[in-house]
Design a protein around this ligand. Structure first.
Ligand code: SAM
Length: 288
């Protein structure tokens, strides 16, 4: 069964009486080389598990089943479940769960489904919730080995940039606390049905065993990052004013203690700078 064939996709959807659900970000892959390459590069081998988010009609899922020990695929759209039963019928190493990944207890799923093997995440992510899904998985702190995602090209560029680059943002800094991101390859809009308005890229996050920087208070660390990028045109000191429970003078002192110029903007800080700064802010908060 060639699921990247446009005629096959149309016939399947007609047979099951379903339509593309825009609200679920459904853009299915129609170039067979892309899912094959993603499965090859995701890192999973025959001893490993894969968690797939949003299998759609099963195009990438089938390739993942060919390389991994078992695939657990979480799909929100109930209408696609009978399609997946048909398209994945020749594989006995796949389990489809009809659920919203954002409402799934990832830890319980991990403990129940992935016993005795490394776990990889793989997904052609729905664009409307790329960052929330990414952060949900990273913040779970579960020992995923690698996460390979198809995302909007702009998001891929943002995630792969550093603090000297215009694409750098709060999500770049936050994700770099959990893992190393690299771009694998670009995929143009014409490789999907229906074709989205934007191009895509496949990225891979190699999750760290331990974060690259140590911080006293993770919640505060992420709050500082968020506030620093919220008003990009402001200096770091102005952007943090009123956001972390300290006066502007105390924030200016904290920035100076962290060795940061008083006119610096948040986008120039890397996560080591944010870690140093948030630890100093924490200390000042405790002295209050
Ligand atoms: N994997 C398929 C492919 O590559 O052709 C489909 C990818 S499509 C971009 C995104 C998929 O994610 C759709 O099947 C959609 O229904 C599903 N999805 C959207 N939101 C979801 C959610 N919150 N939880 C689980 N699946 C979701």
């Amino acid at each position: 069964m060639k699921l990247t064939n446009i005629g096959t996709v149309k016939a399947l959807m007609e047979k099951h009486g379903i339509k593309f659900q825009k609200k679920f970000g459904q853009n299915f892959l129609i170039n067979e080389d892309v899912p094959i390459r993603i499965a090859e590069e995701c890192g999973a081998t025959e001893n490993d598990y894969v968690l797939e988010i949003g299998p759609g009609i099963g195009t990438l899922t089938r390739e993942l089943c060919s390389v991994a020990k078992k695939v657990v695929a979480v799909e929100i759209d109930t209408g696609l479940i009978p399609v997946l039963e048909e398209t994945l019928a020749d594989f006995d190493n796949v389990e489809v769960i009809n659920a919203d990944i954002m409402k799934t207890d990832i830890k319980a799923l991990f403990d129940e489904k992935f016993v005795g093997g490394d776990v990889y995440v793989c997904a052609n992510l729905p664009y409307y919730i790329t960052t929330p899904i990414l952060m949900l998985l990273l913040e779970s702190r579960l020992p995923f080995k690698k996460m390979t995602f198809m995302v909007q090209k702009e998001v891929a560029d943002r995630l792969c940039s550093d603090s000297k680059d215009g694409d750098y943002g709060a999500v770049t800094a936050s994700v770099s606390y959990y893992g190393k991101v690299k771009k694998l390859f670009n995929v143009s809009a014409g490789n999907f049905m229906p074709a989205p308005k934007v191009d895509s890229a496949v990225i891979q996050i190699t999750v760290y065993d331990e974060p690259p920087v140590k911080v006293e208070d993770e919640k505060l660390f992420f709050r500082v990052i968020k506030a620093a990028f919220e008003q990009r045109r402001k200096t770091l000191i102005n952007a943090l004013s009123g956001k972390v429970g300290l006066s502007k003078e105390q924030i200016a002192e904290s920035a100076a203690d962290a060795g940061l110029d008083e006119n610096i903007r948040g986008e120039r800080l890397d996560i080591a700078d944010f870690a140093r700064l948030s630890d100093i802010i924490k200390k000042k908060q405790n002295e209050e």
